[in-house]
Design a protein around this ligand. Structure first.
Ligand code: XMP
Length: 496
């Protein structure tokens, strides 16, 4: 499959560029400029290279001699001009939307209006261009904010075509990909599925694969893909730690036990409850659940006998956020402890490692996975243990599960759930009511793009009223409901 490389010199634009390129149905990968040498780059055989970030050292000019089209964006543009033989100088940082004049002669901007708005973020300016290059855009601040050489297929833009604020930015990227790099729209889910399946078959052969299935989007899609590829050579262990939402364990079992794979559900609810007894501290809860999970999983894996591969639902942002270069190391997941370190296996297999979250969902849908699996909102590994403030008891889990289910059902009934990033109930440690024994329940709903920041959802009062009345009426033991109106930051999404 054709591939575009995003060479990242540090900065936060790499993932956004990758998203935009994949939206154009072209496959791309982000690699770290610092930890990748030129030979490694060439061996990846890209059809185009995009430079992003702020280089701390001069750019190796041999990148431009490889005969592969190059586009440098944002803070990479001036250092790129410098590497090619131009002159640059330091200026006060330019940051924000800027009226930009585009040259009609520039092949990157064919069909664009002569004046547009673009998003700038740079602090170096090009004062003279390298031989054979032409200025292709200007602003009132600077006569050269884009340059290029049509013969050599090398282009730079001080502005960010990938940024939402740049008008027609995606069109510029599309032109670079299609007209200049000759990219075809090969990145389609059908292709991705068949490509992944043949890759898995090639690696696995007749050997055995083990997957920890949590019922979350990533592990569910990984299970479906592996099942298609190697069928009964795959065993999925689903550890029910008793901290799942209403009916979740049964739904996961019902779906996966009918698939072409060996499905094992471990009902470890009692074990987890015993280990969590008297634990107050949220980090301790996380630790206990993680540790016990590894133990249970290990015991079950031993029963299966010899294993060759451990599969994980690692996705692309996990790898990028780990800050690894191309030769990344085995990741240890946040809640499940480090499974690879505990389970005897020969190799790790991560069939989703190059996919973004929405691509994983798309892939799941294309394979026919039901919405309750692919459309699922994030749910922390330790599950309801994090949504019960204070010590965990069987009674509290039951109360929370009932209340959480009512909240979710009412949001679904009102068709609100599709517009909310995450919603859930939290059982607080506050007791009141006539007996002094009834709990106060908190409801939380947030809108978010990336879960790093979030705004509390403005739910209609009538809906909140109905939810509150239903919970208090149907869940004896809960007599007070509050709605969390804090955003992140300063708060977090979860309560613990
Ligand atoms: P916070 O509470 O940090 O949550 O704002 C951000 C996102 O992370 C999820 N979250 C967790 N997920 N184990 C997980 O697997 C955890 O311990 C954990 N804590 C928070 C949270 O649900 C939200 O989506």
């Amino acid at each position: 499959m054709q591939k575009v490389l995003i060479l990242n010199y540090g900065g936060q634009y790499d993932q956004l560029i990758a998203r935009r390129i994949r939206e154009c149905h072209v496959f791309c990968e982000v690699i770290s400029a610092e930890s990748t040498d030129l030979d490694a780059l060439r061996s990846l055989n890209p059809i185009g290279i995009i430079l992003t970030g702020r280089p701390s050292r001069p750019i190796d000019r041999r990148i431009f001699d490889a005969g592969v089209p190059v586009l440098g964006v944002g803070s990479c543009c001036a250092p790129m001009a410098h590497a090619l033989g131009g002159q640059i100088r330091q200026v006060d940082p330019v940051h924000g939307r800027t009226l930009t004049k585009l040259s009609e002669q520039a092949d990157l901007f064919v069909g664009f209006p002569p004046v547009t708005i673009s998003w700038m973020d740079y602090d170096q300016e090009i004062t003279s261009l390298p031989d054979g290059f032409f200025a292709t855009a200007s602003t009132s601040d600077s006569p050269i904010v884009a340059f290029g050489c049509t013969q050599r297929h090398i282009y730079g833009t001080q502005f960010h075509p990938e940024a939402f604020h740049t008008e027609g930015g995606t069109q510029i990227l599309k032109r670079f990909l299609k007209e200049i790099c000759g990219a075809e729209e090969q990145w389609q889910m059908d292709n991705v599925i068949s490509h992944s399946i043949s890759e898995i078959r090639r690696r696995v052969g007749q050997r055995k694969v083990l997957l920890a299935l949590s019922g979350g989007v990533d592990s569910s899609v990984a299970a479906a893909l592996l099942s298609r590829a190697v069928g009964s050579q795959l065993t999925c262990i689903f550890v029910d730690h008793g901290m799942l939402r209403k009916d979740e364990g049964d739904q996961v079992e019902h779906y996966f036990s009918r698939m072409d794979l060996n499905f094992i559900r471990v009902n470890a609810q009692e074990r987890f409850l015993r280990r969590l007894e008297g634990v107050w501290d949220p980090d301790e809860k996380r630790r206990v659940v993680g540790e016990e999970f590894v133990r249970v999983f290990e015991e079950e894996a031993k029963k299966i006998g010899h294993l060759d591969f451990l599969a994980q639902g690692t996705i692309y942002p996990d790898i990028l956020e780990d800050g690894q270069g191309y030769n990344d190391v085995v990741r240890s997941s946040r809640d499940m402890g480090s499974l690879p370190a505990h389970i005897g296996f020969q190799e790790l297999i991560e069939p989703l490692r190059l996919l973004f979250k929405d691509e994983v969902r798309q892939l799941g849908r294309t394979m026919g996975l039901p919405e309750f699996l692919v459309g699922r909102q994030p749910f922390p590994g330790p599950g309801l243990a994090l949504r019960i403030v204070g010590p965990i008891t069987r009674e509290k889990i039951t109360l929370l599960r009932q209340a959480d289910h009512i909240f979710a059902s009412e949001l679904e009934r009102a068709h609100m759930h599709e517009h909310i990033g995450q919603y859930f109930a939290v059982l607080t440690d506050t007791r009141l009511g006539r007996s002094g024994q009834e709990y106060c329940l908190a409801l939380r709903a947030v809108n978010t793009d990336d879960f790093a920041t979030a705004k509390w959802t403005r739910l209609p009062y009538e809906l909140l009223d109905r939810i509150s009345a239903t919970i208090v009426q149907e869940v004896p033991g809960i007599s007070r409901i509050v709605y969390d109106i804090t955003s992140k930051p300063p708060a977090t999404i979860e309560w613990q």
